[in-house]
Design a protein around this ligand. Structure first.
Ligand code: SAM
Length: 308
């Protein structure tokens, strides 16, 4: 994805001339600067200043930090961040908002990456990344899984999300919120819920409450899977049938005796298994997923809608 390339209604604004055009376009084409929130982009803009202040305080950026804001929108968080860091990267899918930001701030301070964060290669920005954002809630789970892949390049993440999603991210085994998202994120990160945010802090007002969360990659993994793809597959399979016992939900991977040998009671439900249990199991079954068994069920597990 090209970084500085900013497309606006008037064309591609990737030259000084085009930027000047964009300024005049903004100055003259008044209706264009009236930006209507786009539901398809999950646009609920932060309007509560004290909440913005708490976000910046939680991040506490230093001037040299490599901060990347996902979904800057109208810049509620962008502006105060730019008061603290020398250069800020933003990844925004909405072309009109990108155009707006790129005329508001000089390019050597704000680097606008216009595009889909779900496909953005965060690794190209360097290491020690500090990711921050009031994320689009409609794509939060796939976005979190995408970001988890870049954990080795990340120093920390500070995200606003639907409260229920944050509760799932931070959930402990045995709770109703515990699921695929909890296991796979906790594998990579220490998850810390920081504070709740009421729906009234946003416009338009969402139907759900929000929460702000910090993710910090483990310095070294507390439990390491030999094959992370295998772990992901097993966890997805387990939680796609979370009401079943482990013996039934994971029959394609291990039988009751094998589970017992691994210290896992086959009568438990997937939500009772700890991250360490899942990793131990994934390491023990190795490549033995159901795909390798006659009438294997791995495809079923993959195809099943993951109960994150
Ligand atoms: N940061 C702003 C604020 O707090 O007011 C906007 C937050 S709004 C909840 C989410 C932002 O993410 C919007 O600006 C939206 O356009 C952007 N967005 C939505 N989907 C995106 C995607 N796939 N990639 C990058 N940005 C996206």
């Amino acid at each position: 994805m090209s970084s500085q390339r900013v497309r606006c209604s008037g064309g591609v604004c990737d030259t000084a001339e085009a930027r000047a055009d964009a300024v005049s376009w903004v100055a003259t084409a008044q209706p264009a600067i009236v930006h209507r929130p786009r539901r398809r982009f999950g646009q609920n803009f932060l309007v509560d200043r004290s909440c913005v202040a708490r976000i910046v305080q939680a991040l506490d950026p230093r001037p040299e930090d490599l901060v990347v804001e996902i979904g800057p929108g109208r810049g509620a968080v962008t502006a105060p961040l730019l008061e603290r860091v020398k250069v800020l990267h933003v990844v925004e899918i909405d072309r009109d908002l990108c155009a707006r930001l790129s005329v508001q701030y000089p390019r050597d301070r704000l680097v606008v990456h216009q595009g889909d964060a779900l496909r953005f290669d965060f690794g190209t920005l360097g290491t020690g990344l500090r990711l921050v954002g009031n994320l689009p809630y409609n794509i939060s789970s796939p976005l979190l899984f995408h970001i988890a892949r870049f954990a080795p390049s990340v120093r920390d993440c500070h995200f606003m999300l639907q409260r229920e999603v944050v509760d799932r991210m931070a959930a402990a085994p045995g709770s109703r919120s515990y699921g695929r998202l909890s296991v796979m994120l906790q594998y990579r990160f220490r998850v810390e819920k920081l504070f709740n945010v009421p729906a009234g802090a946003f416009r338009p007002t969402p139907k759900v409450d929000s929460a702000f969360v910090r993710l910090a990659p483990h310095a070294s993994l507390p439990v390491a899977a030999r094959d992370e793809a295998q772990l992901g597959e097993l966890v997805a399979a387990a939680f796609s049938q979370r009401r079943k016992t482990v013996r039934n939900a994971l029959a394609a991977y291990a039988d009751a005796d094998q589970l017992s040998e691994l210290g896992i009671d086959p009568r438990l439900r997937p939500e009772d298994l700890s991250l360490a249990d899942f990793v131990r199991l994934a390491n023990a079954v190795g490549g033995r997923g159901a795909a390798s068994l006659p009438g294997g069920r791995v495809d079923d597990a993959k195809g099943a809608k993951p109960a994150a």
